[in-house]
Write a protein that binds this ligand. Sequence first.
Ligand SMILES: [Mg+2]
Length: 219
Amino acid sequence: MVVKTWSDIDLNGIKGILWDLDNTLYLYDSVHQIAFKACKDKALLMYGLNEETFNSCWKMARNKVHDDLHGQGASHSRLLYLQKLFEFAFGNTNPEFAIDLEEIYWSVFLKEMKWRSGAKQLMHDAKSKGIEMAIVTDLTTHIQLRKFIKLGLNEFVRFLVSSEEAGVEKPHPNIFRLALEKLNLKAQDVIMIGDNFEKDIKGAEAIGIKAYWIDDKTK
Ligand SMILES: [Mg+2]
């Protein structure tokens, strides 16, 4: 079901909510752009890269990591993108570059992340109804836990399930099953809320979970 406003989501009669994190609890694109620029500025200043090389090597590195690790949480790893970016640009691994720029990327990213007000209100409402919640998210655990802290999710959410932990990414059923197992709930007891139709909505519906699709225009 497509959500036009957060109040389209019916909390009556459910025991649990599985939430996507990225681009659902906050809007991803603008935050990524700011973090990416901070990362690039440092690379240009400290490591002798020019902008064109940085941009083209980032793209090559990201595509290579996506292809090599398709279906795994590490396929989105900024650390791997940056390691390979330097390797494409200079022909060797530079551990300081990868570690330093990854930290800049994520620290700026976390600073810029802001709750979608409707999502936060819905979590509040669900919590007050005694509904159990878990995050079901594609990416590595370390950064998703940092986002969990930044958003203060422990106030509302009992568990996080990352695709690194599940060994598969959405829409694979095992990641949803792992969340249900942690919550000790059945598919028919919960709903899924997410922004990605293929991953969040079709993935959840394939194992009998009712799903709500929100888009960028849902405030
Ligand atoms: Mg998402």
